[in-house]
Design a protein around this ligand. Structure first.
Ligand SMILES: Cc1cc2nc3c(=O)[nH]c(=O)nc-3n(C[C@H](O)[C@H](O)[C@H](O)COP(=O)(O)O)c2cc1C
Length: 155
C-alpha cells in the first residue's frame, strides 16, 4: 500500500522587481536571492521555478501547505519587489518542478519559448494566466534537463 502523502499545494504569484537598473548589479542581486532561497527551500522541501520577464518576477512554489504558506509570507514581505499578487493557489497531486530554486530568463535558447508564451503583455495588463506561467516554466525546465541528459528521468 502507498504511504499517505502530506497535502501538497502550488502557489503562483507575480510581482514587480525593485532591483538596480544596471545589469551587472541586478545580476548579482538576483543571484543573491537565488542562493539564499535555494538553501531555505531545500530545508523546507519546497520546489520552485522563478521566471524573470521584463521587470516582473513570476514564481511557482510547490510543497507542503504550511511550508508554502510560510515561505510566501516571507517572500511577500521582501522589499526587493513590490505589488506581489497571487495568481493561483491550489492543491496538487504531484510536483511539477524538480529543483528547490531555478531561474528562467529570456535570452539565447529560451528566447523562442518566452516569445511564444506571450507572458509579458499579460503581466503588463495585470492578468497573467496560471496555465501560461505553468507551461512556460515546465518548458524551460524540460529544456534544461534535456541539455543535462536527465529529462528521461522525469517523463
Ligand atoms: C523574487 C524573489 C523570489 C524569492 N523566492 C524565495 C524562495 O523561493 N524561498 C525563500 O525562502 N525565499 C525567497 N525569497 C527571499 C525571501 O523574500 C526572503 O528574503 C528570505 O526568505 C528571508 O530569509 P531569512 O528569513 O533567512 O532572512 C525571494 C525573494 C524575491 C525578491
Amino acid at each position: 500500500m502507498r504511504t499517505k502523502r502530506t497535502s501538497l499545494v502550488n502557489l503562483i504569484y507575480f510581482s514587480r522587481l525593485s532591483l538596480a537598473a544596471d545589469a551587472p548589479t541586478r545580476a548579482r542581486q538576483v543571484s543573491e536571492i537565488a542562493k539564499h532561497a535555494q538553501k531555505k527551500n531545500e530545508f523546507a522541501v519546497i520546489t520552485s521555478f522563478l521566471i524573470l520577464e521584463g521587470n516582473f518576477a513570476v514564481q511557482i512554489i510547490e510543497g507542503e501547505r504550511l511550508s508554502v504558506n510560510e515561505t510566501f509570507q516571507r517572500i511577500a514581505a521582501d522589499a526587493r519587489h513590490r505589488d506581489v499578487k497571487i495568481v493561483e493557489w491550489r492543491e496538487i497531486i504531484k510536483r511539477a518542478f524538480v529543483t528547490s530554486f531555478t531561474t528562467g530568463i529570456r535570452g539565447g535558447t529560451t528566447e523562442a519559448h518566452f516569445s511564444k508564451a506571450g507572458l509579458l503583455p499579460m503581466l503588463q495588463r495585470g492578468t497573467p494566466k496560471a496555465s501560461t506561467i505553468h507551461n512556460l516554466a515546465t518548458t524551460l525546465q524540460h529544456d534544461t534537463m534535456s541539455k543535462q541528459g536527465i529529462d528521461h528521468l522525469f517523463g
